[in-house]
Ligand binder design. Sequence first.
Ligand code: NAD
Length: 432
Amino acid sequence: MDIAVFGAGYVGLVTGTCLANLGNNVICVDIVKERVENLNKGILPIYEPGLKELVEINTKEKRLSFTTDAKSAIEKSQVIFIAVGTPQSDNGEADLSYVFGVAKSIGEHINGYKVIIDKSTVPVGTADKVTKHIDAAMKTKLPFDVVSNPEFLREGEAIKDFMNPDRVIVGVGSDRARQMMHKLYVGIERTGKPVIFTDVKSSELIKYAANAMLATRISFMNMLSQLTEKMGGDIKEVARGIGLDSRIGPRFLQAGVGYGGSCFPKDVRALIKTLEENDCDASILESVDQVNEKQKMHIFHQLKKFLPNLKGKTIAIWGLSFKPKTDDIREAPSLVLIKKLIEEKANIHAFDPVAKDNVEKIHPEINFGKTPYETIRGADALVIITEWDEFRALDMNEIKLLLKTPLIIDGRNIYEPDEMKVLGFTYYGVGR
Ligand code: NAD
């Protein structure tokens, strides 16, 4: 199939590249000229394991190309993905201006029947609005369908998740669009993965419901971790105990530093807005958001319990991205901690395997280490914010020697409190 993908960010780039790898001809369109020029040179705007290699193979095979020319991409394609950002606007709603910008372009340049796919995360009812924007921009009326096909990939696992998803959700309103979508995903369906066809509005809501449910699980455990910290007990044991219940399952039950990233925070808030606008109760999700904001500050407060005066103290941070295997720092809990440490005039040493450059652009004053060990030399405390695998099996004796005081604030519970005690550390783990 001939496919255009608008937006060459995490979702657009992964979608376009994986569809090219399945044998389609894909043109990725972005409005940022530098991003397109770099992609044409093989330089990717994001770090995502395996993506660079796939982009290289598929551009070489001429199945994948990058452009800023929306008109020719629209004219050449039967299927057009909208995969642009839907950031949070000032009042908490999803900002749909980028989505509508693409819709307008499609209306202006449409030259025959097309299926337009909302892959961006968009509130219920957006497909209708996209239809109106396309209609309004069309000079000559031509047939088209707008389909909802939300994306569930996880950064760091994006290619695997796209090629091997738990399910593909497709919301369609016409048989013609359904047939095109079936053709598009036949390669994935053949591997036994369910492609679920549903109505457009259910599909739009499924995406928000999934993220809101996962965020709720995290905030639920963070809330209980406050109790185990006060009353005793170990939140990891609680998670294990309930996770073995087949009705609950073990995932997304880890207490920690609060969720961040480009999706959960904004999607929870956007769903709250949609519920409120429709006179529905949003109190569960309001609490989920509030618990999360408090949890992001909790690590800082714990550090202050051990070091009440942070002025002039050196604090080492391991992990800056909002989760491992990505360089994405959008709404990362590390940024909340960094801001507080700067306010308190502490010196910050930090290490992250891939997110350093993104943080350095905002905080050039931080002293970045090349290795976890180098970063903690002479530090008054080590705070762990992201659970990169490489922090799990380091030489703890070496760490103790390098730190000025053997204090570890483990925001991800990657170490065991008893073992740390035996090793002579002062150790805090969340809810333990
Ligand atoms: P991103 O910011 O990484 O990329 C968006 C891209 O769209 C940018 O490169 C931007 O320049 C481009 N763009 C903006 N307007 C454009 C236009 N008119 N024409 C062409 N390109 C344009 O965003 P992302 O993380 O890929 O997210 C995209 C959407 O997918 C969002 O709605 C997000 O919520 C959703 N989503 C993201 C993830 C994730 O893990 N990042 C997962 C699932 C869903």
